[in-house]
Design a protein around this ligand. Sequence first.
Ligand code: HPA
Length: 278
Amino acid sequence: MNNLKISKERVQETASFIKKQIGHSPAIGILTGTGLGESLQSIKISFSCEYKDIPNFPVSTVKSHPGRLLIGSFQEHNIMAMQGRFHLYEGYSPLEVTFPIRVMQALGVKILILTNAAGGLNPAFSPGDIMVIIDHINLTGHNPLAGPNDDSWGVRFPDMTAPYDYKLAESAVNAGKEEGILLQKGVYAGLMGPSLETPAEVRFLKTIGADAVGFSTVQEVIAGVHAGMKILGLSVITNIHNPDNPSPSAINEIIDTAGKATPKIEAIMRKVIDKIDE
Ligand code: HPA
């Protein structure tokens, strides 16, 4: 049996397990990034469990990713939220990294909100800024759609002219205005990691049009687009790269800055979700 077939059977098994616990279909999926697991306080939780207790679920090996699934509601919306994601740099395959997205797809999720921590490349950015992702550059060397295509999941060659939903991005910017939070907009470069960027790589990333860099999100977005989801991506800029005056980026400072930005991310998500009408 090929990897896709195995993955598909596992997705169905996992989705059935979750469905049994909840009895309704979540329309909105949320995946939180490094240090941002606490941004989900507004959700009225009806079911939660650790990834290790979900059949077939990979387990997050990164400390700043709690590894918890939360099902609940916010206003009238049913939500499935995941505190912690899987990364290529942990050794997971693109199919494993995007497994949660496929489970969301199987459960009926139509809107996907992804958050992450990212290094800032745009000199106008400061640590703690929130960037609405308007586009990405996949530099991981991987793609979750490589290999046989399952037509029931999506088309062979998905269009990528608008992977991030324009209306959701605008809604986030407006939410920022209402909450007094300045939102930057920019292009996210997705790398494999886990080694951070050299000054020469930073120069390269700036030259090709990236405003922020990180080790996540692009695989999930590609799978989400393939699944027909509308996607909002929010990056917390945790550190700034200046290739002409390089300074080391410490992971505990990155996690700390992401944690401090959690209330801002939460306020924006709350407003965006509030305005979704489906
Ligand atoms: N590089 C990659 N990932 C990151 C960074 C960075 O500088 N900061 C936060 N996540």
